[in-house]
Ligand binder design. Structure first.
Ligand code: 13P
Length: 249
């Protein structure tokens, strides 16, 4: 059986000092666990501090929330994938709904970022998810599968076999409204079928995470749902004790 993945996305919260004290508390609450994968996505500015705090915990992975698609150059304020790796990240979140809908990043940019991450040796967690009006029009699967197909369009099948997907319905992010385990299973199954077309029998290990108002109260029922291989958590990951308890689910 695949290990469940517990990924914490701090978004624009917890600078270096706060990240240091957060991780001190978290590590006390969360002893090494072989049967699960824990990933932290702190703000880029906190990556080095997080890497130092986690130096004795190789069981915990570190990722960057966003990268630019170019390696380096005149892109004020951006971070290249190679720099993220240098700072201790081994994973990149790509195509998060806040990147898509607040910063206007479309499918093409998302595809370029996925390719850039692999080029620098980072694994990708590709985020997909529909807006409420798309759900109301019954186009959830069409939207999600379009985002998925274009997101991986610049990757080889061997690279696709190494990614993780996060299904995060936009209407569930930060709203307190969670997809039901059945909703998540339906979309995850569609994602799984679509991945199978690309990577044939190599895709059985691709983790498909659910994100959107995950809490201590609903984590277990979501994780029990078929095809839900892990959780990507925003708000409920900001308190180290709450997050440790979710990550122990
Ligand atoms: P919330 O858990 O705050 O809804 O955020 C989900 C998310 O966007 C994680 O990437």
């Amino acid at each position: 059986m695949k290990k469940p993945v517990f990924a914490a996305n701090f978004k624009m919260n917890l600078g270096p000092q706060e990240t240091r004290s957060y991780l001190q508390t978290f590590l006390k609450e969360f002893p090494p666990a072989e049967d699960r994968t824990v990933i932290f996505f702190p703000p880029a500015i906190s990556l080095v501090v997080a890497g130092f705090a986690l130096r004795e915990r190789p069981d915990i992975m570190l990722g960057i929330q966003n990268i630019h698609w170019e390696e380096k150059g005149a892109f004020t304020g951006e971070n290249g994938a190679g720099m993220a790796r240098d700072a201790g990240a081994t994973v990149a979140l790509v195509g998060h709904s806040e990147r898509r809908h607040i910063f206007g990043e479309g499918d093409e940019i998302t595809a370029k970022k996925c390719a850039a991450a692999f080029k620098a040796g980072l694994t990708v967690v590709l985020c997909v998810g529909e807006k409420i009006e798309e759900r109301d029009r019954n186009t959830t699967q069409a939207v999600v599968l379009r985002q998925l197909k274009s997101g991986i369009s610049r990757l080889t099948p061997a690279q696709v076999a190494q990614i993780a997907i996060a299904y995060e319905p936009v209407w569930a992010i930060g709203t307190g409204r969670t997809a039901t385990p059945e909703d998540a299973t339906a979309v995850h199954s569609a994602i799984r079928r679509s991945l199978r077309d690309v990577v044939s029998n190599r895709n059985t290990e691709i983790p498909i995470l659910y994100g959107g108002s995950v809490s201590k109260a609903n984590a277990e029922s979501l994780l029990r749902a078929p095809e839900v291989d892990g959780l990507l958590v925003g708000g409920a990951s900001l308190d180290p004790e709450t997050w440790a308890s979710i990550a122990r689910t």
